[in-house]
Design a protein around this ligand. Structure first.
Ligand SMILES: [Zn+2]
Length: 97
């Protein structure tokens, strides 16, 4: 049976974009905060809690094409690099299973 992975790929792209934007964000925040360490830590904290965690959650909540439950989350916990759906063991990104 063929499953539609387009939603998964869209969310994964967003997550990877946010993950790899960390170094440019770090450099940008460093240039803004100059020598002010507490401002630097505050801006990193804001970036992690406002951008990174919600994006991770959004990616983890991707509906599985077979069981339509969150692909990486079970009971609110999960592993974002699992090779298969944590609920039904469907292999990620395989067209035929
Ligand atoms: Zn599943």
């Amino acid at each position: 049976m063929n499953y539609d992975w387009s939603e998964y790929r869209k969310r994964r792209s967003l997550f990877i974009l946010v993950m790899f934007s960390f170094i440019p964000v770090l450099i940008f925040i460093d240039s803004i905060s100059k020598e002010n360490v507490s401002l630097f830590c505050f801006l990193i904290f804001i970036w992690v809690f406002v951008i990174f965690f919600p994006t991770s959650w959004y990616f983890g909540k991707t509906p599985c094409p077979r069981c339509s439950k969150a692909i990486y989350l079970r009971s609110g916990f999960g592993f974002l690099f699992s090779p298969k759906c944590v609920n039904c063991d469907l292999k990620i990104n395989k067209e035929n299973n």
